[in-house]
Design a protein around this ligand. Structure first.
Ligand code: BEZ
Ligand code: FE
Length: 278
């Protein structure tokens, strides 16, 4: 440890000088300390505020278990999760943009055949989803995995409504055809609130924020030799597209779910996904 005096001006430097060992870890901790110390100085953090923050973070930790990750939810509502995604995908190329994975991919999606429906109870407005998985040159990727999950027409995931929705409702694992194409049937998802029964809900209420996410279908797409992408397909006429509680919306991921009239009206959407080569 260095012998420098710990003063308000030099506090971060003094603490940074105490770190030894792994270079990346030192860089991360040094940056963290620099920003946290600057924050404390900038806002003039009081004892009471510091104690309230410690109590809040302790409760966020205690609220988390195998089923519920309140710490990630906190990262989501503070925009940290989306910023990590954005920094990790600083490609600037034409690849499909990533967005938050979210907490509802906690069960495996059942393998399904192309063209199958994932709406096991058939409740909601029927929807046909078509698309493809391609490389940056436009070549279709055969045999790519397309894992999809979504909320119901009432805005709930199957795992939030055991005994009401069938197990694995609105989930499916598909493989693309020889041209990289995929298609499946489903229902149009609805916007929904993120969980607000824990400390993160308190934070949203205390700051006058709503908990809603705009309607979307999750996609986790992978192919040999390419970086997997976790992304969403957003419904263009959904509320909350401009105020997603977790800041997950990218303009490139919003699509119109077109109405098709006829004796059995339905909506349809097309989504081409471009993967980045490893
Ligand atoms: C979701 O889209 O499933 C989600 C993402 C972040 C927080 C909560 C839910
Ligand atoms: Fe979701």
């Amino acid at each position: 440890m260095g012998g420098d005096a710990f003063t308000e001006e030099r506090s971060a430097e003094v603490v940074a000088a105490s770190f030894a060992g792994d270079e990346r870890l030192r860089r991360l901790l040094t940056g963290l300390v620099r920003h946290l110390h600057a924050f404390v100085r900038e806002v003039g953090l009081t004892h009471e505020e510091w104690a309230a923050a410690v109590d809040f973070l302790t409760r966020v930790g205690r609220f988390s278990d195998d089923q519920r990750q309140e710490m990630i939810l906190l990262s989501d509502v503070l925009g940290i999760s989306m910023l990590v995604e954005t920094v990790a995908n600083r490609t600037g190329g034409g690849e499909t943009e990533a967005t938050v994975l979210g907490p509802f991919h906690q069960v495996e999606s059942p393998p399904r055949e192309l063209g199958d429906t994932i709406a096991l109870d058939g409740r909601g407005e029927p929807c046909l989803v078509t698309g493809s998985v391609r490389d940056a040159d436009g070549a279709g990727l055969a045999g790519a995995t397309v894992d999809v999950w979504q909320a119901s027409a009432d805005g709930y995931y199957d795992v939030q409504q055991p005994g009401i929705q069938p197990e694995r409702n609105l989930r499916g694992l598909f493989r693309t055809d020889a041209d990289g194409g995929f298609r499946f049937r489903t229902v149009v998802p609805r916007y929904y609130p993120i969980p607000t029964d824990g400390p993160v809900g308190e934070l949203l209420r205390a700051t006058g924020r709503h908990p809603y996410r705009p309607a979307h279908i999750h996609f986790l797409v992978g192919a040999d030799g390419y970086h997997p992408v976790a992304t969403h397909l957003f419904v263009a006429d959904s509320p909350y597209l401009d105020s997603d509680a977790v800041f997950g919306v990218k303009a490139s991921l919003v699509r119109e779910f077109r109405r098709v009239d006829g004796p059995d009206p339905y909506r349809t959407v097309h989504f081409d996904i471009v993967l980045r080569r490893r």
